[in-house]
Design a protein around this ligand. Sequence first.
Ligand code: MOS
Length: 695
Amino acid sequence: MSTTTRTTGGAIGASLDRIDGPRKVTGTAPYAYEHRVDNPLYLFPLRSEIVRGQVTGIDASAAEALPGVVVVVTHENAPQLADTGDRELAILQSGEVAFRNQYVGAVLAETFEAARHAAGLVEVSYAEEPHEAELREDGDLYTPEQLNAGFPTDTEEGDVEEAFSSAAVTLDGRYTTPMEHNNPMEPHTTVAVWKAGDLTLYESTQGAHPVQRTVAKIFGIDRNRARVVAPYVGGGFGSKGLPHANTILAALAAQMVEGRPVKFAVTRQQMFTGVGYRTPTIQKIRLGADSEGRLTAVTHDVIEQTSKIKEFAEQTAAVTRSMYATDNRRTTHRLAALDVPVPSWMRAPGEAPGMFALESAMDEMAEKCGLDPIEFRIRNEPEIDAETGLPYSSRNLVACLREGAERFGWRDRTPAPRSHQEGRWLVGNGVASATYPVFRLPGSRATIRYEGDDKYAVEFGAADVGTGAWTALTQISADAIGVGVDNIELRIGDTAFPFASVAGGSSGITAWGSAIFEAARVFRERHGDNPSEGDEVQARTPNNPETENYAMHAFGAFFVEARVDVDTCEVRVPRMTGVFAAGKIINAKTARSQFMGGMTMGLSMALHEESLVDGRFGHVINQDFAEYHIPTNADIGEMDISWIDEDDPYVNPMGSKGIGEIGIVGSAAAVANAVYNATGIRVRDLPITPDKLIQ
Ligand code: MOS
């Protein structure tokens, strides 16, 4: 913000090693399951064997007779929840089954093995009802009132039909992306303990306070009687951005054994139900351009799914509303409500699948217009953000495209498809743009306390999900207070500290860093530069008035070399270049890892990931890492990652934009565009598996 003094302590921007690194590599950083608790019980869930219907009977006698089994929890004996409004979370409140593998009970036992064995002995009978578990274009569709994050469902400007009829060049493309499942290394985990009406959760989450608020409401207890502890988290990618039924199941079961901790880590297979997933999409894009290659019309119509028990409406076409200049534009979203688990956030929810379609279409259209795909994008660079009518606080997409072209060696590319072969390999290069909004969530509060001896404590509940937030927030604190990083004692990941918003939407550093700067400003105002031990202030993330004057987005560009085996159609990606314009980079080392992680996930989206649903039985059949492919080291070649110096005085006091998600937005399209250039085959349906390339 322009009103905030920007200190130049030099900690921000340093390539600091992770301060949590030694704790992690020595195994002393406790993840959720590893917190020491006395006398725990182990939970193994019972999951529905039908897609839709009712549980009509449960015979737990064989399970209960097993040594070590303490209780079999079902809807017949489970405690009542205070709030059942959220049907994803209101589990075991009736015998109703809304999707395959939904929790219908749980076994608590003295050991994990006993719990798991006993779960297999519980006989559940059902009355089955007909179901629909597969997204179909010709199925029943409806128009949601609004999309996630408050985006409008449909937008229209200008006269698209008129513009298409007079366009010199047009393109009609249909693109699909599959269901995908978040698979952080650490599965979703809860250790739940009730003591005298107080609930403590050691939780693997992207937001300790959001979980606290949700469980307090559901269990009908005062917020300050629920504590959530999450100092270290082994990844989330959005699936831990909101609490799911596994957390409620652990807490509900723990209520039945008051005083004894209940441990529940979902298995890898169970990660494929109930902790969220990326909705499959069917997207139609139409582009019209004049004879110079200037876009005159753009439409983007999306079909995606939600669950009958809870609406999740992803903002897939939102990127198309502001990415390129055109006077005539339409975007729409339609949902199919199915008997399926509730979709949820997965790294760049909406932007990632939406930009696959848009950036594939842009590549196709560039060719139709006879233009280099970089030149085509530059020609359609907008002056202002069409969605809001505001100028950009900074927009350096063109600089990223130019810089990336240079680094990658774009000018050596053979533009004609299938025109470059080296031995068995067809070789091709592709490019695509990236964008991600600068989200700023309200409400975070930071405490700064002088603890004597030149040490300042900085406290709030933020979660580091593996991103490097521990380190980046220490750097921000040091510069905000005007001391060195060694003078900062950061304490995060616990609702015992002040409220912090979720580590989601790449918003963490903007929201929390702004609160730190505000607290530091107030601290100096009250206590000056020579505070006394115990001096303390707390401040909230201030509103940023500049959000009314500027549209704020990060941008980037990807360049990919793809090699496709001429006979087997195996695709390899030996090198990938990513150039980003994301404001001030707080920590070059951890930032590089974020960009690399996003690009790896984009390559994974392009070539590997696909959750296959068997419509008859309603579940994901490839529910493990043997059959649900994610890339390993052998799949990833050289990653050239860089960023341009971008000075954005409007976004926040650090001048930074979020970087957690932009790496995946558009990178899948860059791979698809490279595969097209290599083979002459345009694959519009992800993932690009060899069967789609065999002619
Ligand atoms: Mo991220 S998918 O916004 O947690």
